[in-house]
Design a binder for this molecule. Structure first.
Ligand code: NAP
Length: 106
């Protein structure tokens, strides 16, 4: 009898633990809606990959955002996409090559 109860409860317990792990590692942080409307944020490499996704989430929270990268066409397209997807017009692209001392000083 007790073995039957253990067999029935174990999958539910496992599913509960998996759900909690998902919430802990993904859901709780990503579902925050803390406003960033009073923040100015600069994301280097914000035109692709991890930087783009970070920039998009920050734009969704209302911050004034500058994204940078070397490729102007890619950067302008990324900034337009972020504005469209976040409905936040306060997003600009600035060209910046972090391997160039002159660019960093500028
Ligand atoms: N630790 C980890 O587990 C882990 C996992 C994934 C990624 N990473 C690291 O995280 C970083 C981003 O990865 P990702 O996959 O998101 O890369 P990605 O998609 O290639 O994006 C790179 C971004 O950086 C810009 N960039 C590249 N070189 C630059 C330079 N010299 N000056 C200014 N901007 C530059 C790119 O734009 P332009 O090409 O227009 O310059 C682009 O916006 C990489 O360094 C990667 O190695 C770490």
């Amino acid at each position: 009898m007790s073995l039957v109860i253990v067999i029935l409860i174990s999958p539910l317990l496992l599913l509960g633990l998996l759900w909690f792990w998902k919430e802990l590692t993904m859901g709780m942080v990503l579902s925050q809606t803390t406003t960033m409307a009073d923040k100015n944020v600069l994301i280097t490499g914000g035109t692709a990959g991890i930087g783009f996704e970070t920039a998009l989430e920050i734009a969704r929270r209302g911050a004034s955002l500058i994204i940078t990268g070397r490729n102007v066409t890619k950067g302008q397209e990324a900034s337009k996409k972020i504005i469209r997807m976040s409905d936040n017009p306060k997003v600009v692209f600035k060209q910046l090559d972090l391997t160039s001392q002159a660019d960093v000083i500028r």
